[in-house]
Design a protein. Structure first.
Length: 369
């Protein structure tokens, strides 16, 4: 005997009251978000992008049911994600380090990627938002996430604009010392060590890569400014708003750039200037190619690649259409991400792994520095 259950429909008056209540709640939320954005801009913080709720497809539901029904267990990759403290002559840094177990099975030393978070972020939040640890497990490399302190900056911004952080001193020296420590302690490959960041972290990544060309084989810049674009907080705010050319690089450094075309925190002109400065370190015979595309059900983008002949890309500049100040293709589990854009994490790793520093270059840069 079948039993049918009929759901009672709420009276029309109740539905109207519920809709009005939802509208009022949405208005209050919008006001709250606007207030937060204003405060974030004043403290150099990036603007978060709220992704839409993902719908569960019939295919994914069927796959899940099949996995459950077959009794197959999906084994998660083994790894360690631990905290550490590094002391150096320049200061102390806390950090998180991700080391997949797969690196121990390799006969080669694993690559190392240093990831610098943006303002208002932490290593854990940045790791979630970029999903870089998943790529590290897939590709077999180590990731270290240095943490800025509130004592160094009230909003945990890296001081990329400070006068004492423009060369081999201050925060760049602390980050270089930490990188050297991780290479030695975890057996990472000194020839395949890279650095990347978001916003203030991206700007600091450029400063560090410029100061220590013997350490970093390539740099990734997401929503950042050129090295030397500012020398104090006032000039930093002006550069963020209008764009600033920064300094011509002393040594070539393979560079990949991502920037949203509607970034209201760091003017997209800065992304173009970062790419221009990176090209200036190479011969004028660089060959340029331009392409465009769109992520399925996501954002359009434009990509310009510069290379010597048929060699690997030396400079890449990605412009993500209509995206704001957020990590393109990131996960909604972290703050300041735009899941609808091209996957910046995967593209950066692809770019990085095409480059390495020879022992000769590492020694020559070290001697010249």
């Amino acid at each position: 005997m079948k039993t049918s259950i009929r759901r009672r429909r709420r009276p029309r008056s109740a539905r109207v009251r519920a809709a009005r209540s939802a509208t009022k709640t949405g208005a209050k939320l919008a006001i709250g978000i606007a207030s937060f954005t204003t405060a974030a801009l004043s403290a150099f913080a990036p603007k978060p992008v709220s992704p839409g709720k993902k719908r569960k497809t019939a295919a994914s539901s069927a796959q899940t049911r099949a996995e459950r029904g077959s009794g197959t267990q999906v084994k998660a990759p083994a790894f360690s994600f631990s905290s550490g403290i590094h002391n150096s002559e320049s200061g102390t840094l806390r950090y998180k380090i991700f080391r997949p177990d797969s690196v121990a099975d390799s006969s080669l030393p694993p690559p190392l990627l240093v990831m610098l978070h943006g303002c208002g972020q932490t290593p854990d939040d940045f790791a979630r938002g970029t999903a870089m640890n998943l790529l590290a497990s897939e590709k077999g490399f180590i990731v270290v996430y240095p943490a800025q302190t509130r004592e160094a900056h009230p909003n945990r911004c890296w001081n990329w604009f400070a006068r004492d952080s423009q060369g081999r001193s201050g925060e760049p020296a602390m980050l270089a010392s930490l990188t050297h420590h991780v290479v030695e302690a975890h057996g990472a490959d000194p020839a395949r060590t890279y650095i990347a960041g978001l916003s203030a972290g991206a700007s600091m990544a450029l400063v560090v890569a410029r100061a220590y060309p013997e350490i970093f084989a390539a740099v990734g810049v997401h929503s950042g400014l050129p090295a030397g674009a500012a020398h104090d907080k006032s000039s930093a705010l002006l550069a963020m708003k209008r764009g600033a050319p920064g300094l011509r690089p002393d040594n070539p450094s393979p560079t990949i750039v991502f920037h949203g075309s509607r970034d209201a925190v760091v003017n997209p002109r800065n992304g173009r200037l970062v790419a221009i400065r990176a090209r200036e370190a190479y011969p004028s015979s660089l060959r340029s190619t331009e392409s465009a595309g769109r992520i399925p059900n996501g954002r359009a983008y434009r990509r310009i690649v510069h290379r010597l002949g048929t060699g690997p890309p030396l400079v890449e500049h990605w412009t993500v259409s209509a995206s704001g100040h957020a990590w393109s293709g990131g996960s909604s589990k972290g703050r300041f991400t735009d899941p609808t854009g091209p996957n910046a994490s995967r593209e950066m790793v692809r770019f990085f792994l095409r480059h390495s520093l020879s022992a000769r270059k590492r020694n020559s840069y070290r001697c010249s520095g």
